[in-house]
Ligand binder design. Structure first.
Ligand code: ATP
Ligand code: MG
Length: 567
């Protein structure tokens, strides 16, 4: 390929909406071009890398015995009503109408479509298990699309769905996909952690996320040296018991206008760990107000609250002062004593506190010396957010927190969709049973960003050889020089004939200008044909290490071909 014929669209300037390296570099290297918020066009170089990323995923999925299909991005409302998600999925779902006023959505995921398809295609236990998958565009009307391909409104996902006769079968399929994901992310040379995850809007129970470690990530990973690792939304910690004390009498104290835990604890000179914090929510799905209680120095984990209430993110909001009043409390002075058990969720650590300070459910008053077992005994739940240094639920040692990019997630859906949508089969005895399902996603375009986050420097991207848009570029210092032109052309032809993906930079520009372009684009090998061309000597630059060596041109060619062979 001749550089003069390519749509090279490198930019010197950093686009003003880009803050993280992968976003800046994807745009500056001319791999992608923004069309609208969170919507990008893939330019030739970006598309080549995208296809390679897809193909690695495809090879590993096929190797595992999964089978590729391709479903439409346009999905009818009826399927989403059958699963019960048309309303529950909320405003991320891009809804459209056709000319006959029929409702559709643009696929954000495809549980409904695959469940429906399989229910038609599979009738008997003899046909199971199956794992169909697709690599297809997805649409999510993200509240805040950002970071380039990391969180876009249109993106490419590999989504697979497993269908088994029973839970044992599901465990096997899940294990197989888990291993396949390890092979895939290893082939991308990513440094990643596999963490326990919440199953969110997708539903079901049992889930892991594959997190590429990066400060640009949007997820917190909580982990321990013992091997425990979980997404911060899901992470648990050992409940810590307060210092044992004799139980004292309840005592009402006047705390005029001191509403937050900080204010009250400061005013009464009490340590925050001896206070109980309250956060009130409105569950719009069940028209219910609940007040959640955690130790004063902790935060409430919204996701755990959503799960405790069996509602969805879209249908949970903060409660208004009026809603709090309706259940007998007062904003700023909320406490667990005397409230209906149905309207409170108490964190299990609160049960281990002694003589704690709580709101009195009456304006300007708190109550001292509240004790769980004596004063507000109820069922407890884990609803607290884990932070760095909290103790591991498995081994009890302090845990660490790191940032990660969620590049993939696997879920055990069980029979949630198959039951709702009538996806059944006839078992050995002729009985009708729902298929037991799993689902498995990889953010294909997000993975491109994650690779760049881990492989770049101040000059640009450093693509691993197996996902680079081209393997090697030949850059003559001066293409008008006859000896340089002859050698550069010859090397291009040899490499091309040997199936290397090679660019020849035949542009009429300075060596520095041309080098900058290809360092930015991140071509793994750069061969510089310069002054010593007449002796057959060239320079070979390895972009991953930035090392440059001078060597005979055939040696340079052989080094590159050898590396390609070992991809
Ligand atoms: P997130 O929590 O980051 O919003 P998710 O958990 O909602 O993602 P899944 O439903 O698990 O996403 O989708 C499977 C994969 O698709 C994710 O692991 C992620 O890699 C990718 N993905 C999800 N949303 C986006 C997006 N807006 N842009 C790019 N990739 C995405
Ligand atoms: Mg996910």
């Amino acid at each position: 390929m001749k550089a003069s014929r390519m749509l090279i669209a490198t930019l010197k300037e950093v686009p003003n909406d880009a803050v993280i390296p992968s976003h800046i570099l994807l745009i500056r290297s001319g791999m992608i071009k923004k069309m609208s918020a969170g919507i990008y066009n893939y330019l030739p170089l970006g598309l080549r890398t995208l296809r390679k990323v897809e193909n690695i995923i495809r090879e590993e999925m096929d190797r595992a015995g999964a089978e590729e299909i391709l479903c439409s991005c346009l999905q009818p409302k009826e399927l989403w009503e059958a699963s019960g998600r048309w309303y529950k999925y909320g405003s991320e779902l891009m809804r459209i109408k056709d000319r006959h006023d029929r409702d559709f959505c643009l696929a954000p995921t495809a549980e409904e479509v695959f469940t429906d398809l399989t229910s038609v295609l599979v009738k008997s236990y003899k046909q199971l298990p199956v794992i169909p998958y697709q690599i297809q565009t997805k649409y999510r009307d993200e509240f805040r699309p950002r970071f380039g391909l990391m969180r876009s409104r249109e993106f490419i996902m590999k989504d697979a769905y497993s269908f088994d006769v029973d839970t044992e079968g599901l465990d096997k399929s899940y294990g197989l996909m888990y291993k396949t994901y390890e092979r895939i992310f290893d082939r991308f040379h990513l440094n990643y952690k596999i963490v326990l995850a919440d199953s969110g809007a997708i539903g079901g129970n049992g889930s892991h996320q594959f997190m590429a470690l990066s400060s640009a990530g949007e997820s917190d990973i909580v982990y321990c040296d013992c091997g425990y690792a979980a997404d911060a939304e899901k992470a648990e910690s050992k409940a810590i018991e307060g210092v044992k004390e004799d139980l004292l009498e309840l005592e009402e104290v006047n705390t005029p206008n001191f509403k937050t835990i900080e204010e009250v604890a400061g005013y009464l000179n009490i340590d925050k760990t001896k206070t109980i914090k309250a956060v009130a929510y409105r569950d719009m799905e069940h028209n219910k107000t609940v007040i959640c209680f955690v130790r004063g120095d902790r935060e409430v984990n919204d996701i755990k609250v959503i799960n405790a209430l069996n509602t969805s993110e879209e249908l949970l909001r903060m409660a208004t002062p009026e809603e709090i009043a309706e259940i007998g409390s007062v904003e700023g002075f909320m406490g667990p004593i005397g409230l209906n058990k149905d309207n409170i969720i108490v964190d299990n650590e609160v049960a281990l506190m002694y003589n704690a300070l709580v709101g009195a459910n009456k304006a300007d008053y708190h109550i001292k010396n509240a004790n769980f077992a004596r004063d507000f005994k109820c069922e407890t739940k884990d609803i607290r957010l884990v932070k760095e240094g909290d103790l591991c639920p498995i081994c009890g040692k302090p845990m660490k927190v790191e940032r990660g990019i969620e590049v993939g997630q696997v879920f055990k859906l069980q029979t949630k969709y198959s039951e709702a949508m009538g996806c059944t089969f006839l078992d050995k005895n002729g009985a009708t049973k729902p298929m037991v399902m799993g689902c498995y996603g990889i953010g294909v375009t997000r993975t491109m960003s994650a690779i760049i986050e881990q492989y770049h420097d101040e000059f640009g991207i450093k693509w691993p050889l197996n996902v680079a848009p081209y393997h090697v570029v030949i850059v003559p210092a001066k293409y008008t020089d006859e000896a340089q032109k002859d050698l550069a052309d010859k090397m291009h032809d040899i490499l091309n004939d040997s199936k290397a993906e090679v660019i020849l930079d035949d542009r009429d520009a300075s060596l520095g200008f041309k080098m900058k372009d290809f360092e930015l684009i991140g071509i793994p090998y750069i061969i510089i044909v310069g002054r010593r061309a007449n002796e057959g000597i060239v320079e070979l630059k390895d972009r991953m290490t930035n090392e440059k060596i001078e060597l005979p041109y055939m040696d340079a060619i052989n080094k590159v071909l050898e590396a390609i062979k070992n991809i």
